[in-house]
Design a protein around this ligand. Structure first.
Ligand code: A2P
Length: 324
């Protein structure tokens, strides 16, 4: 393990990141893996979205023991497009820890939401090619995969030196299931607060597992933000950033600490709302741990826009972003 980049950033608490291996299996030469199991992973079968936890057996391929928590892998759907071309590769976050679902590096998993939409002009059903392909696959069926991909959205070289604020929307929880599992395997040496956003309580993912972890590990806290209806503990509809401000008192010590790293994964656009909320919550010297701002925008948080990231609003090396 070595420092991946030389730092010009002088923010205290910048983590030393490991070198991680990528692209053991390249798109032009995918390996054939096998669906191990597949199950619905929403809190209820009545969820608005169809989301599956899909486990893939990679034993005997170059991907066996070939990824670390936080990385992604590629899937190439079988068949051809309407134009007779091979389907494009699609990346999925790995939801399993570095040692896989069974601890021996043979089973990786992902969290896949069926993309289903109606075209408003011709009122025809539109189905996302790869997500529906993956969700339709049955145990034992083959699947062409590549990877691993991604080198930044991983734990630091010495995970115990840091605490973690993980912020997810929807299937963005996948890498956090992986990273938290790795921390649990290390004896949970860090404080981890996971904030999870979903439209309805029925759409929370791995909800029972998260509640279980919260019961078992005093330093793991699971916070939810439900955006379309009121649930116990919410007097208004919340996005993840609203959960941060609602729980500001409980999070204050953690956010002030030099140990804390913030990881954000999920819907594109969520990061600007989170940054605005942090800017409203934190005194300038604490905010500077996470964001470097152009001086003229600091006083006008309401007018911040996503396009100002990363130039005018620059996350420091203590912030990790994966939005899609
Ligand atoms: P909503 O769709 O009610 O606006 P899913 O992936 O299951 O659809 O969940 C994504 C969650 O993220 C939903 O609760 C969604 O709310 C919420 N969301 C949508 N846009 C943003 C945003 N800009 N910042 C934070 N959360 C968002």
């Amino acid at each position: 393990m070595s420092t991946a980049e030389t730092n010009t950033d002088t923010t205290p608490g910048i983590p030393e990141m490991p070198e991680v291996t990528q692209h053991l299996v390249k798109p032009n030469d995918p390996v054939v893996a096998k669906i191990h199991s597949t199950r619905i992973c929403t809190a209820s079968r009545k969820a608005a979205g169809f989301v599956r936890h899909i486990e893939i057996d990679v034993s005997g391929t170059a991907l066996e023991n070939g990824w670390v928590a936080g990385q992604s892998f590629g899937v190439i759907p079988a068949g051809e497009t309407d134009a007779g071309k091979p389907h494009k590769l699609r990346l999925y976050s790995i939801a399993s820890p570095t040692r896989g679902e069974t601890g021996d590096g043979t089973i990786l998993s992902t969290t896949t939401k069926r993309l289903i939409d109606e075209d408003w002009d011709d009122h025809r059903l539109r189905l996302g090619t790869c997500s529906n392909y993956l969700c339709d696959l049955q145990p034992g069926e083959p699947v062409y995969i590549t990877g691993p991909a991604g080198k930044r959205f991983v734990l630091p070289s010495d995970p115990a030196k840091h605490d973690y604020l993980f912020i997810a929307t929807g299937t963005g929880i996948a890498p956090f299931r992986a990273l938290t599992s790795d921390l649990i395997a290390l004896g949970m040496p860090s404080r981890v607060d996971l904030v999870m956003g979903a439209p309805y309580a029925t759409d929370l993912l791995y909800h029972e597992q998260m509640l279980g972890w919260q019961n078992e590990h005093a330093n793991f806290t699971y916070r939810t933000a439900i955006s379309r209806h009121l649930v116990e503990g919410q007097s208004r509809k919340l996005y993840v950033q609203d959960r941060l401000s609602e729980d500001a008192g409980e999070l204050a010590g953690m956010l002030a600490s030099d140990r804390t790293l913030i990881y954000i994964c999920g819907i594109a656009g969520m990061e600007i709302g989170i940054f605005q909320t942090l800017a409203r919550m934190l005194p300038p010297e604490q905010l500077a741990q996470y964001l470097t701002l152009e001086p003229d925008i600091a006083g006008d948080i309401d007018s911040w826009e996503r396009r100002m990231i990363p130039r005018a609003i620059k996350p420091t090396k203590r912030v990790f972003l994966e939005v899609y």
